[in-house]
Design a protein around this ligand. Structure first.
Ligand SMILES: Cc1cc2nc3c(=O)[nH]c(=O)nc-3n(C[C@H](O)[C@H](O)[C@H](O)COP(=O)(O)OP(=O)(O)OC[C@H]3O[C@@H](n4cnc5c(N)ncnc54)[C@H](O)[C@@H]3O)c2cc1C
Length: 380
């Protein structure tokens, strides 16, 4: 029987960030994950994610973005690798767009009065775009392309160097009085606390979470630019465009020479975490192709590459409309739960990792109310 103070189950971006925070603090921690960075399962794979400083989803998130940015910068220095490529963030929608309004408000709350732009002004600044002239838009600074694959490798580097990563699946958890028994096919560990960061597999460990989480299949495509100069980094922003309900597309400049990565942000079909296969089909990417043709013609060439990734979304609670995170202690246990996807968690990973580590090691630490399980009646 092996022992550790904290076992971290799942080393995607959230678990890897938690393990890194624990090891940095000198905690005797071990992380478990059968997948290596680069595997195409779960939620953290692929080369990039959007880092936004000003978040339209929730006014609390700007402070979290700022905290995470500090973490990413520290990790970049420690690893000697670039993790963020600065890039403006364009958010746009029909007149009166809530996304644009909330994004501007998030900036205003932090002392930035970001001007409201028209579609015509966006098209003049970014020639790949053809937004309707009367649309609302905002271009935020403080954004970046988060290089996810590099970030995941960097977040796991300390654990790897210190021999604290087990590339194996956890097959069972058994609560004991003063410990949790963590079983794998190879051995068993007696852990004082366990952080569960299993992404779309969370309900395998905690079936009671299933009613508040849905896992959806999200298709991603890379599109050959029709006007390559207009979609290059520097000439083209990260964009999030909400044309209407269930019609939001986001994307990146062609910073890798692979084309413009673009994907729908509205939810794909509900799936089991294991019962799906890539690639994304033409039908799944048809909405994005149409969207680009109509609104971003400079990026609307043929599909060059495809991917599928999973969102783990929270359902609406007593206090929010859903698509938020759960970061909390599991009641009456030695478990800590870190479910931070809903399609926008990656950017926060260092800040969320710190919270998971503190929940596991500091009995006096209380998580912010908007992350708590108790916002769901079943856990109140
Ligand atoms: C298409 C897509 C686009 C996104 N875009 C953005 C974006 O632009 N900006 C942003 O901030 N966020 C974005 N996100 C969200 C972000 O990627 C997620 O918030 C993040 O990846 C969640 O990481 P995770 O560690 O919780 O889950 P995962 O990465 O899924 O990690 C869970 C890990 O648990 C492991 N595991 C499962 N079962 C076991 C077991 N039995 N034993 C041991 N380990 C186990 C798995 O192998 C896996 O590695 C996007 C997500 C997707 C899918």
């Amino acid at each position: 029987m092996r022992r550790c103070e904290v076992a971290v189950i799942g080393l995607g971006l959230m678990g890897a960030a938690a393990l890194d925070a624990l090891l940095r603090a000198g905690v005797d921690a071990v992380g478990f994950d059968p997948l290596e960075p680069g595997s195409s399962r779960g939620s953290s794979h692929g080369s990039c994610r959007v880092f936004r400083r000003f978040n339209f989803e929730n006014p609390h998130y700007t402070a979290l973005s700022d905290e995470a940015l500090y973490g990413w910068d520290r990790l970049a220095v420690e690893s000697g690798r670039q993790l963020l490529i600065p890039c403006p963030i364009l958010e746009a929608g029909p007149p009166g767009s809530e996304t644009v309004r909330q994004s501007r408000q998030a900036a205003l709350d932090h002392g930035r009065d970001t001007p409201l732009l028209s579609g015509a002004q966006v098209n003049a600044r970014f020639p790949a775009f053809a937004l309707p002239d009367d649309w609302d838009a905002v271009v935020q600074d403080g954004g970046a392309i988060l290089l996810t694959q590099v970030a995941l490798e960097a977040l796991r580097a300390r654990g790897r160097a210190e021999g604290r990563i087990r590339t194996v699946a956890v097959t069972g958890l058994e609560p004991g009085g003063d410990h949790v028994l963590v079983r794998t096919a190879e051995d068993s560990w007696r852990a004082e606390r366990v952080i569960l960061a299993a992404g779309p597999w969370m309900d395998r460990f905690l079936p009671a979470l299933a009613p508040v989480l849905t896992v959806t299949r999200q298709s991603v495509g890379w599109f050959a630019p029709t006007r390559p100069k207009s979609t290059a980094l520097g000439a083209f922003p990260i964009f999030i465009i909400e044309r209407g309900r269930d019609d939001t597309v986001y994307g990146f400049p062609d910073f890798e020479g692979r084309g413009v990565k673009a994907a729908p942000h509205n939810h794909g079909p509900v799936v089991d975490a294991d019962a799906w296969e890539p690639p994304a089909s033409d039908a799944e990417l048809a909405q994005v192709s149409r969207f680009l043709t109509e609104l971003i013609p400079g990026a609307a060439g043929p599909i060059t590459e495809r991917d599928v990734c999973l969102y783990t979304n929270t359902r609406p609670s007593a206090e929010d409309a859903g698509e938020e995170f759960i970061i909390d202690r599991w009641p009456g246990s030695r478990l800590v739960v870190g479910s931070a996807c809903s399609g926008h968690g990656a950017k926060f990973a260092p800040a969320i990792g710190e919270r998971l580590a503190r929940l596991a090691t500091d009995p006096g630490f209380e998580i912010e109310p908007f992350f708590r399980l108790s916002r769901y009646p079943a856990f109140a």
